[in-house]
Design a protein around this ligand. Structure first.
Ligand code: ZN
Length: 701
């Protein structure tokens, strides 16, 4: 591992943050980010850093301060404010206590912050306070975890890192670890760093570069040691190629996702679903297909910091039968049940130590390991699933690496439980949940006016949205626009609704990305202006393919998908007021949309037994959403303007005046109607919700 320190970058940080926060905190920000950028040192918000300095209060008094990473901040992206200032003199006096609970410790931190609005300092704050160095860096480096999870790990760590490093056995993070670290430091003067077995590395220095480069140096020593001693790879007995794994994944992910959904007891929202991210790299497949894969995978985790994301152990599916999906479902279902029973027993064994205010997690696994397919990692949203996936990737790689070195000896069950149910760890998980947080939607025709508004609305409600349309600039620009705001919850998938292969492959792509689909919004459509007398058959057939066959293909694929997933689902068809009140010269559109509408009504009858609701929204005259014009507008707008002798504004006004409420109907209104069904406010299926300002002749009947 190389030091990435750059004098020029350091100066840039000082120039940017120095005037407001001081040089120390500016540089603290710089090297924290350097550490955070290396995933072999820390993963997703792990690790913490500090600097000691002073705080000037309102009386002008200068008080010793510890600026330490606060929870909720990730050192990879931290800003100076991400290090909360705490009264250092006071923190040091806490060392006299015989013990201090996590909650009491957090309370002491909060009541001794210099800024009452600052975030709660890290669980490891007291270690930073009790160790005297000015700059302290703490990471959960893979190579340190690799060495110290071996049965003779402490000896190995000494061998690998040399005399300049103190090696401390595992101590539960919090007050006790801080005290033990301070005592070890005082007992071994003149050292440059400290290993915390099965936890990580601490280094220090008088300046940020010294502390940072000590981390790099010691981790490099550990990596070199491992490279020298652990070169024998695992023996693969069941090889799989990533291509085969990906192919299986697209079909099987919904099945696993369905089985991992948690029943809620609420008839309208019967499942709490998960988002699944998969690992199908050759490295992971080799691990899972190796002789010792199961034994190694089921050993305790490398680092207790990971437990709230992955639980203490993964679920292993012994010999998945990919040739028989019914049998496979039975295998996974039974394995999950056994896992749940075991998990409940584990929680039961330690229930007496459950901190007040915490309740047990659900008993389902977070990580499912399937030889021949890969690792499926679950979380409440894409971010949580990605964290579980990255931790799993590192865990499997490190465990594979040290397997030839000797016996693995991870944390005890007590220690695992204490960190899985740790008050301050749970604080990291609390976040406001939006109504569609763990759900996945596919929207067809997403690049148009109504489709883009629906996609945006669903994303704002926490949903993961696959925006689909014909490939091209409109889809690309929508993808870019939505990603800016909603990041990894956006997936763009090119889709031609008239092609069955294209439709099924879109569902597979989404399943490979997030595990499955819960909401299908059938919105793609096309319009044509022509009298019957002059209508071309080809034109009619084109609309028939898009509006009718496209709807049929989406309904068919949705049904197959929902049956496989087994947790119900929702379908919303964007219909039209023309179904009820057709207009002259609009026969092709009205007739093909009527057929689509009727198919959706049939679907509501056929799919109800699967817990799938099918509803329609019928808008009138929505021609744009922001800069996006609808296809309907392109076709109808110019003709209607010509026919009525109106300009664009005039035509909008014409449509407004023809409804009872004199309302301008927007794409956003249609999106809200879709949301009504997607959030299942009422037990309704087969219904049509008009979004038209009130048109008596178009009232559904
Ligand atoms: Zn730590």
């Amino acid at each position: 591992m190389k030091s990435l320190w750059s004098d020029a970058e350091a100066e840039r940080y000082v120039a940017q943050y120095g005037p407001r926060f001081g040089e120390d905190l500016a540089l603290r920000t710089y090297t924290s980010r350097l550490l955070g950028a290396e995933d072999r040192l820390v993963l997703h918000g792990g690790g913490n850093t500090s600097v000691k300095g002073h705080h000037t209060n309102v009386l002008g008094q200068s008080l010793p301060a510890l600026f330490v990473k606060a929870s909720g901040h990730d050192i990879a992206t931290i800003r100076p404010e991400g290090h909360s200032g705490v009264n250092l003199e006071y923190l040091k006096t806490l060392r006299a206590l015989p013990d201090l609970s996590d909650q009491a410790m957090a309370d002491e931190f909060r009541t001794h912050l210099f800024d009452p609005r600052a975030a709660t300092p890290s669980i490891e704050t007291l270690a930073h306070a009790f160790l005297p160095a000015k700059f302290i860096d703490h990471t959960h480096a893979d190579a340190i975890l690799a060495l110290t999870n071996l049965a003779d790990g402490e000896k190995r760590a000494r061998e690998a890192l040399g005399e300049e490093v103190i090696v401390l056995g595992y101590v539960r993070p919090g007050f006790r670890l801080a005290k033990a670290a301070a005592e070890a430091f005082e007992a071994h003067p003149g050292k440059r760093g400290m290993v915390w077995a099965r936890h990580g590395l601490v280094t220090w220095g008088a300046n940020p570069r010294e502390a940072y480069e000590a981390t790099i140096e010691f981790v490099t020593r550990a990596e070199s040691y491992l490279a020298k001693h652990a070169s024998k790879p695992l023996i693969v007995t069941r090889p799989t190629s990533p291509g085969d794994a990906q192919r299986r994944l697209g079909q099987i992910a919904p099945l696993v996702r369905g089985l991992l959904a948690q029943p809620t007891g609420d008839a309208d929202r019967p499942y709490r679903r998960v988002i699944l991210h998969a690992l199908t790299s050759q490295e992971v497949l080799d691990f899972l297909g190796s002789e010792r894969g199961k034994e190694i995978a089921l050993s305790p985790p490398l680092c207790s910091d990971h437990l709230i994301r992955t639980k203490a152990w993964p679920l292993w599916i012994a010999t998945p039968d990919y040739g028989d999906l019914e049998k496979l479902k039975g295998q996974i279902s039974q394995a999950i049940q056994e896992y749940s029973t075991e998990y409940q027993a584990y929680v039961g064994r330690h229930a007496a130590r459950m901190p007040s205010g915490l309740a047990p997690f659900d008993s389902l696994p977070r990580v499912v390991l399937m030889p021949g397919l890969g690792a499926l990692c679950g979380g409440k949203d894409a971010r949580a699933a990605r964290i579980a996936r990255d931790i799993t990737a590192h865990t499997l790689a490190v465990k594979a690496q040290i397997a030839p070195l000797g016996a693995y000896q991870g944390l005890s069950e007590e220690d695992l439980f204490d960190m899985e149910y740790h008050t301050l760890q749970h604080a990291k998980l609390r976040a406001d949940e939006l109504p569609l947080s763990s759900e996945v939607a596919i929207v067809t025709g997403a690049a148009g006016a109504i489709g883009s508004a629906i996609s945006q609305e669903l994303l704002e409600q926490g949903c993961h949205v696959a925006v689909t349309d014909l490939p091209g600039d409109a889809l690309t620009s929508l993808d870019e626009e939505l990603r800016t705001h909603f990041g990894e919850r956006v997936l763009s998938v090119p889709l031609d609704v008239t092609q069955a292969d294209s439709v099924s492959s879109a569902f597979e792509t989404i399943s490979r990305t997030w595990g499955g689909v819960d909401l299908v919004v059938i919105n793609a459509g096309a319009a044509m202006v022509s009298s019957l007398e002059e209508m071309s058959l080809e034109g009619f057939q084109r609309l028939e393919r898009i509006n009718t066959e496209g709807t049929l293909l989406m309904l068919r694929e949705a049904a197959r998908h929902f049956r496989m997933q087994g947790t119900g689902g929702d379908i919303v068809l964007v219909s039209t007021k023309n179904v009820f009140a057709p207009g002259a010269k609009f026969g092709a559109y009205s007739a093909t949309k009527v057929a689509a509408h009727q198919l959706a009504r049939i679907a509501s009858q056929e799919f109800a037994e699967m817990g799938v609701r099918v509803n329609m929204v019928s808008p009138d005259a929505v021609f744009s959403h922001g800069s996006r014009k609808s296809g309907l507008w392109a076709e109808v707008g110019p003709d209607r303007m010509r026919a009525r002798g109106l300009d664009e504004k005039g035509l909008e006004e014409y449509y407004r005046q023809r409804n009872l409420l004199k309302a301008t109907v927007t794409a956003r209104h249609v999106a809200k109607a879709v949301l009504f069904f997607a959030t299942r406010q009422t037990p309704t299926t087969g219904a049509t919700l008009p979004v038209d300002g009130g048109l008596p002749d178009a009232t559904p009947r």
